[in-house]
Write a protein that binds this ligand. Structure first.
Ligand code: NAI
Ligand code: MG
Length: 326
């Protein structure tokens, strides 16, 4: 039995996670689902947004399925990434037929460093001013760049592009860029790099030039919302947080207070995150089957309101289940 720790969290996290579990639990998998609490409501109830108990459960898990939290995100998801050393955040963006957006041929993967950079949280007040410290280590660069190259190799991707700002952030981004080209020598892959600002322009004007993107934490956070927007929005964007020992799977979006409680959140991002989890745990065939079903349902126009349809969160999950078993 594999222990899957499930953390629904706040807002629409409590809607998209049950919809996803409805699908997972209809397959005969050797998984034990263990629920754990975290987030804003958890803080109100227990005085802490990330109880020690939840952290301990995560440390005994084969994988973690995470929904979303609200204002406590820094103390929950950012902390979990640090505590569990989930150094690689993998965020694919792929066009789905039937989803209206600028382009219909986007297929890229953002690999975001997940433990360093400005998100280390070293912020100080100095008089009436504030200072943040950006941490970029050689080890951190090496492991994220290696991860991106290995992923590109495994997934038959052709090109890896580094995004940085080494012209201005000469030391920190300079190190990242240097390590990127050093390590590229060990791989038979096309490599290039852009400054992050120009990279954003190209992402919007000619996204097909990108295949695998590797970048530092803050840039990766921003760029991956942009790439989510390119393929139809946050309701569709899944992610995997991977470390040496642990792995956590979550939609890119947050708790979406503007639509929470209405049962209309799009569960696709979480369902596709669960598919990434299935692949990670060795159930690639089932993952592909569910992914295909999701694409089929969406391409038939059966969608939640964010994509122009009128299905409820659970109804969408039910359609996906039906499409899994034609
Ligand atoms: P958000 O991702 O929650 O929402 C942004 C917009 O996208 C909203 O209009 C929302 O309705 C829409 N949206 C997001 N997911 C959707 C879905 N599955 N289906 C349909 N529409 C969807 O980001 P926002 O508004 O910046 O933050 C809201 C709260 O979430 C904040 O408290 C923030 O701290 C937290 N947050 C948590 C994250 C996490 O737990 N990993 C990540 C990002 C934000
Ligand atoms: Mg984000």
């Amino acid at each position: 039995m594999k222990k899957i720790v499930v953390i629904p969290g706040d807002g629409i996290g409590k809607e998209v996670v049950p919809a996803t579990l409805k699908i997972l639990q209809s397959f005969d998998l050797p998984f034990e689902y263990v629920y754990a609490e975290a987030g804003d409501e958890c803080l109100e109830r227990y005085g802490t947004p990330l109880p020690e108990e939840t952290l301990e459960l995560c440390k005994e898990s084969s994988a973690i399925l995470f929904g979303a939290v609200g204002e406590t995100a820094a103390d929950v998801i950012v902390r979990l990434r640090q505590e569990l050393d989930l150094f690689a955040n993998v965020r694919p963006a792929k066009s789905i037929k039937g989803v209206k957006c600028l382009y219909d041929n986007v297929d890229l993967i953002v690999v975001r460093e997940n433990t360093e950079c400005l998100y280390k949280g070293y912020e100080f007040e100095v008089g009436e001013d504030a200072i943040a410290i950006r941490v970029i280590t050689r080890r951190g660069c090496e492991r994220i760049v290696r991860f991106a190259f290995e992923l590109a190799k495994r997934e038959n991707r052709k090109r890896v592009t580094a995004l940085h700002k080494a012209n201005v952030l000469k030391k920190t981004c300079g190190l990242f860029k240097k390590v990127f080209y050093e390590m590229a020598k060990g791989y038979d892959l096309e490599v290039n790099d852009y400054y992050i600002d120009a990279g954003c322009l190209y992402l919007v004007t000619k996204p097909w030039i990108f295949d695998v993107i590797v970048t530092t934490n803050l840039f990766g956070d921003i760029v991956s919302d942009l790439t989510a927007g390119l393929v139809g929005g946050l309701g569709l964007a899944p992610s995997a947080n991977i470390g040496e020992r642990y792995a956590l799977f979550e939609p890119v979006h947050g708790s979406a207070p503007d639509i929470a409680g209405k049962g209309i959140a799009n569960p696709t991002a979480t369902i596709l995150s669960a598919c990434m989890m299935l692949k990670h745990l060795g159930y690639g065939d089932l993952a592909e089957k569910i992914e295909k079903a999701v694409e089929k349902v969406i391409s038939e126009g059966k969608t939640t309101p964010d994509l122009g349809g009128n299905l409820k969160t659970m109804e969408f999950a039910e359609e996906v289940l039906k499409a899994c078993d034609p």
